[in-house]
Design a protein around this ligand. Sequence first.
Ligand code: ZN
Length: 324
Amino acid sequence: MQIICIYLLQMISICATRIPEEKQTRESAMKINRRPISIVLAGLICFAAQMCLAQRPGTQLHVLCSFYPMYVMALNVIGPTPGVKVECLTEPIVGCLHDYQLTPANLKALGAADIFIANGAGMETFINKALQQSTNLKVIEASRGLKLAFKDNPHVWVSVGGAVEETKTIAQGLEAADPAHAAVYEQNAAGYVRRLENLGHEMHVALDGLKNRNIITFHEAFPYFASEFNLNIVGVVEREPGSEPSAGELARTIQTVRNAKVKALFAEPQYPAKSAEVIQRETGVPVSILDPAVTGPREPAKARDSYIRSMEENLKVLVKALKD
Ligand SMILES: [Zn+2]
């Protein structure tokens, strides 16, 4: 549509520049022909204007993100770029996509999208099905190219350094897919990466001096985070959300808490903390909330800072729970 529009406008401009030349050479003929040319020009201008107006929704670049952390990164990279729509495939309350099943509405949304931003590394097990929805769908995998320190663990974004790398990969993918806005994406990504790096620095300053670094987490979301800030995850209460630990597993975790002198159990805001509460009752170690930043508000203005806010809150919780 845009090409047709430009072509029509070029035609109009060529016609308009021809009139004076013809006026010089064939003035009498022009007197006769000017009116039809004017009518044609007016018609073309109206047509071109209609085409330009009509193309707005059609040419909008539709960027779909698999789940909340990808949505937040995409919003920061894309910013308020006109003509680019950013949406989240799954509801912002869904959390991690372990074993997520696509709904008919999801399939429809994938079919209508131009770009699909996924975390990759096994988080979106439905990715092949997603690709079948549209042959034109361009997929950006945020974790692509990263050396995963924890095999088969996709929770890269939970470390601030991982979020930095994924933001850069998303920006590169968008720059390649939408070169017209490449400079904007690059600039926005650089600004967000600076904010993330400042956050990481602030967290290191607050956490590096802690003596007791043993923690127990809720599901397998935190190894990258713990590695970044030198925390030791000595136990995981539920390996996958919703998979209740057996009595034997709970007993072993309780023993680990006692042996490793764990000072804090970390549940997550997205999942019930029932098992963690059992351990708290048995050991007297309090349960705190550590957020893997997988849920938050949908409104772009609020969602943009959601990751940074979650990490700042995590920092407060960790310092409070682990300080001597
Ligand atoms: Zn997870």
